[in-house]
Structures are given as C-alpha cells and as structure tokens.
Design a protein around this ligand. Sequence first.
Ligand SMILES: C[S@@+](CC[C@H](N)C(=O)[O-])C[C@H]1O[C@@H](n2cnc3c(N)ncnc32)[C@H](O)[C@@H]1O
Length: 242
Amino acid sequence: MDADGAGRNDYDEFAEAYDLENETSLTNAYHERPATLALAGDVAGRRILDAGCGSGPLFAALRDRGAQVTGVDSSAGMLEVARTRLGADADLHLADLAGPLPFADATFDDVIASLVMHYLPDWGPTLRELRRVLTPGGRLIMSIYHPMSAYCIERLAGRRPDYFTTWSWTEEWAMGGETQTMEFWMPPLHAMSDAFGAAGFRIAVISEPRPVPEAADLFPEDYRLLATAPGLLFFVLTAAPV
Ligand SMILES: C[S@@+](CC[C@H](N)C(=O)[O-])C[C@H]1O[C@@H](n2cnc3c(N)ncnc32)[C@H](O)[C@@H]1O
C-alpha cells in the first residue's frame, strides 16, 4: 500500500468472500437491508440507482419488488459477483462515486446508498452528483455507520480527541484468506446536515432502526448490543427542485 493510502478499500481482493458474509451477516442481512427496504416502501415502477451496489443483494431485492434498478460501484470484482447474481442484462456500471456519474440529469426517482458514503472523505461532490441524477422530489436513502458509535469506539481507544471534525480511521478486514486495510471517514452530524442542504437535499427522515427481531435467536450476543446501542444511521433525503 502507498503512504497516501492507495490500495485501501480494495473490495476486488475479497469480493466473493464479502458477498457470502453480506448474504447472512447480522449487519447486512438482518439490519441494514431490511431497514433500507422498509424505508424505500413500495418501489414498484420506480427507477432506482443503487450507488455502491457491491455484489447486488439490494439490487436483487429491489428488482424483485418491481423497481427498475441500475447499479454503480468502483470495484470491478464486486460488479463481477453482481453480474453472476443478477444476470447478463443487469444495468451495472463501474464508476467512482467521488467523481462524475455516467447518467443524464434527472434519470432516477430514488438513489439508495447503502453503507458506502463513509468511504468518501468529502461528501460534497458526491451529494451534488446524486442530486443531479435524481428527479426533483426524488429520494436519496442512505445508511452509514452511526456517527456516535464510530465516535465512542475511537474516543475510548484514545484516538479521537475531537468529535466536531471529520474523522478517519482504518480497520484491517480479513476475509477469504485476504487482509485488507479499510479506511473510513465520518463527519459529525451537523456537517452531514450542512452537506445535505448545500447539495440541495432536505432531510425527510432520520432513522435508527434495530435489527429485525428474528436475528435475536441467530446472533444473541450481537443482537443484544445492536438492539440497545446505535450501530447504523439511516437518512431519507428529498431532492429540492433546482
Ligand atoms: C460495505 S459494501 C456495501 C455494498 C452494498 N451497498 C450492500 O449494502 O450490500 C461497500 C461498497 O461500496 C463500494 N465503494 C466504496 N467506495 C466507493 C466509491 N468511492 N465509489 C463507488 N463505490 C464505492 C465498494 O466497492 C463496495 O462494493
């Protein structure tokens, strides 16, 4: 890995192993995905961009519910797994959410960004681009690590002295025989709200759902933790008219 962090967050290295984990894990299968689908509601007929679609489990669930889904991700390896899951005709694109997206203005009714924004150091350009590809009144539904849990973990470890600045930290993820350094970025809540407003979004919903109840028997210890402490934070934002 370079000193500047190049080579971090390389999902290509463990795409299949991550997909297997995502299929059954408490965080993804019993917490994040059900919560996102509940917030999205009836999506039949809606044009949805799955931003940071990974291996496509949410894409599949939205498509099963009648949505017309497009996926975008910066990992070719994850998109390959998504292609296997979703079929040759699935609309999948390789692109970095930090840059311009290959879609015309007002292409989508909804953008869903599940567990991806916390990989981006600067949310401004990405939010503006997501706003551009949404129809006025369209929704951006996003989930991130909860900023308070991210703060408490780093504070208790003596690494984060100041909540009020955007913070980045790294974790070593071992999966499928590979170890990768993952780097995350977490602005304080007020900075998220400022960035939403500056990009032309209004906050419609802030949600802190617990995992679904059936997870209690499958993951008793972790369930107890996630049912009593913040783990993930969800927003539903609406795109203001330009
Ligand atoms: C934690 S996974 C979540 C995948 C999927 N949204 C889900 O919930 O199953 C994060 C995904 O975001 C993608 N990603 C990370 N940074 C990205 C960026 N700058 N642009 C596009 N995709 C990115 C990764 O390649 C990975 O597939």
